[in-house]
Write a protein that binds this ligand. Structure first.
Ligand code: ATR
Length: 274
């Protein structure tokens, strides 16, 4: 039940109709018997600043920020933490003492999703150099992977990332992506290839050790062609839904004061969402 004292949060995007966050956070609110609500907030780019001020005035505890506002929201915030600065994007806002605090929980979500199944932590190969790759690279560097190779169709974009993490990330050629898989412990697809309606990711997995974990950031479909190819040859896999579920944990805990569980019940519930 929602009373007049309900704690409020939501997700700001444009459009926001595709977001799984309302389903996910409201599941937890019910599970932990919290008097609160998490609502979708469709906000046009020109209205973002005013909406943020209104959330403060309406007593919201915070909000998630999704496309296309993750970068454009930065100038409207009072504080931005080190993770969000490094990634260059904010996906979670908390409101305290009428001030807006921005952070980014994507790197946390990515790492939590793979941490317990990643056998070795030496070499990682990252495909793509967009926003998702920035979060992934941040997590890989922070968690001490000793060799990180980034491969992107447009080399200039990967160059930017390898410069930020000088000496920790090197760049390879997109065309040589299969060869770079030799001795890798982890392969992550952060490109949109393999997503429903997009081209498939073409990659020959033969050089990849059979113990290497293969992770796709894409979660529609849940088992992308890359993941099914990896699974068929015996590699462990981690799908993209896990990252989405885990990235929501710190936000929920920050707003509502409970550290929520990510488990199979939650996964099935979110997967069955209309
Ligand atoms: P996100 O913020 O979700 O990471 P993005 O910033 O649009 O999304 O990045 C999409 C990534 O998918 C980029 O690395 C992009 O490569 P380019 O930098 O060359 O554009 C990659 N990508 C998209 N379509 C691709 C394709 N057909 N072949 C190879 N890479 C592709």
């Amino acid at each position: 039940m929602i009373t007049a004292k309900a704690k409020l949060a939501g997700v700001i995007g444009c459009p926001v109709t595709h977001s799984l966050s309302p389903c996910l956070h409201n599941f937890w609110l019910k599970q932990y018997n919290i008097d609160g609500a998490y609502i979708p907030l469709p906000v046009r780019p020109d209205d973002l600043k005013d909406v943020l001020s209104s959330l403060i005035k309406m007593g919201f505890l915070g909000a998630n920020i999704t496309l296309p506002h993750k970068e454009s929201v930065l100038p409207f915030l009072d504080y931005i933490d080190e993770v969000a600065v490094a990634i260059g994007a904010v996906n979670t806002i908390s409101i305290k003492d009428e001030k807006l605090f921005g952070t980014n929980t994507d790197a946390y979500g990515f790492w939590k999703n793979i941490e317990s199944i990643l056998k070795f932590r030496n070499k990682a190969v990252v495909l793509g150099a967009g926003g998702a790759a920035r979060a992934v690279c941040y997590a890989l560097v922070k968690n001490g992977l000793s060799e990180i190779i980034i491969l992107n169709r447009t080399p200039e974009k990967a160059e930017g990332l390898s410069k930020v993490y000088k000496g920790k990330i090197t760049q390879g050629k997109w065309q040589d992506r299969s060869a770079h898989l030799a001795n890798a412990d982890l392969l992550i697809n952060t490109t949109s290839l393999g997503m429903m309606g997009k081209d498939e990711l073409e990659i020959d997995l033969r050089p990849l050790p059979i113990t290497a974990l293969v992770n796709d950031i894409v979660y529609v479909p849940l088992i992308t062609p890359l993941l099914s190819q990896a699974k068929a040859r015996g590699n462990p896999i981690a799908d993209g839904l896990g990252m989405l579920l885990h990235q929501a944990v710190p936000a929920f805990e920050g707003w509502f004061g409970v550290h929520p569980k990510v488990d199979d019940v939650l996964r099935s519930y979110v997967l069955s969402a209309p």
